[in-house]
Design a protein around this ligand. Structure first.
Ligand code: RIB
Length: 295
């Protein structure tokens, strides 16, 4: 089994399902409201665990009513939570509008996630024992950099999802093995709307890139292999929240198991396609048997 550590956020997603997202200054009437566990870090942890990984979550929840529910959601997926700290104050929340096309707009309030600024000895030990460290950008940058540096020091492969997108400092990039932006994030980081051009630019910064292209699949590029695009299954999306996280968590398991890159990308795309057909982020992520059955 591949050992994965996720250093990342845990949020309660407060989701309004609406026919269409409101314009600035407009009020619209929605159809349904749900609270459902999310956060880019926790989502990747659940996706990896359900896909068959042995997963440890490093993060923080608050002392509000959401904290225990967020921890329980990770534990019920089989994620180890000994390093999920509880800090005084609110948990992270994500305020999400999902329209009838399944597309979303998200505001994240960091809450407890914002209190995790440095790593302790327990976190360093967990990272040292991992095959792969998964990072995103919903924790303070200082701890993301510290996690990447610890992984590099211990020879652990580091995968960064640059979301929410922001400029990436050299001390972080120098420790990243694989960068997985979506098309918008790749454009924001490089100025190139064309994914091939964006990938070429990103390969100047990191050795390997996967750009997720939504319904169009994903583009893989590395410094040593020719670029390749793997299509995604055609499905009808009801909620795309967490699809990118599903992709990354599943990809980490597939690569950790030694699957060839084309097969690993196809497996991750299949998992993401299954995720978007149900509402919610972590709740809609598929189990390994479901991915295998759909592949
Ligand atoms: O990537 C999706 C996630 O982004 C949601 O679950 C929400 O919590 C935000 O962090």
């Amino acid at each position: 089994m591949t050992n994965i550590v996720v250093l990342g956020s845990t949020n309660m997603d407060l989701v309004a399902y609406v026919p269409r997202a409101p314009e600035r200054g407009e009020t619209v009437t929605g159809r349904e409201f749900r609270t459902t566990p999310g956060g880019k870090g926790a989502n990747q942890a659940v996706a990896a665990a359900r896909a068959g990984g042995d997963v440890v979550m490093i993060g923080a929840v608050g002392t509000d009513v959401f904290g225990p529910r967020l921890r329980a959601a990770l534990e019920s997926a089989g994620v180890e939570t000994d390093l999920l700290h509880t800090t005084e104050g609110p948990s992270g929340t994500a305020h999400i509008v999902v329209d009838d096309a399944g597309d979303n707009a998200i505001v994240v309030i960091p809450g407890a996630n914002g209190t995790l600024t440095a790593l302790g000895p327990g976190e360093d030990t967990a990272i040292a024992a991992a095959d792969t460290l998964l990072l995103q950008l919903e924790l303070p940058l200082s701890v993301v950099v510290a996690g990447a540096a610890a992984a590099r020091a211990h020879g652990v492969r580091t995968v960064l999802t640059p979301s929410p997108v922001r400029p990436l400092p050299p001390e972080l990039l120098s420790c990243v093995d694989l960068l997985v932006p979506n098309q918008h994030e790749a454009e924001a980081l490089t100025g190139h709307a064309d994914p091939r051009a964006a990938a070429d630019e990103l390969l100047r910064l990191v050795p390997e890139v996967v750009i997720t292209l939504g319904a169009a699949g994903s583009l893989h590029a590395s410094r040593t292999t020719p670029p390749l695009t793997v299509p995604a299954p055609k499905v009808t999306a009801v909620d795309t929240t967490g699809a990118g996280d599903t992709f990354v968590g599943t990809l980490a398991v597939a690569v950790g198991e030694g699957r060839p890159v084309t097969e690993a990308l196809a497996w991750a795309s299949t998992a993401a396609a299954l995720c978007v057909q149900k509402p919610g982020a972590a709740a809609s992520m598929p189990y390994r048997q479901e991915i295998e059955a759909a592949s």
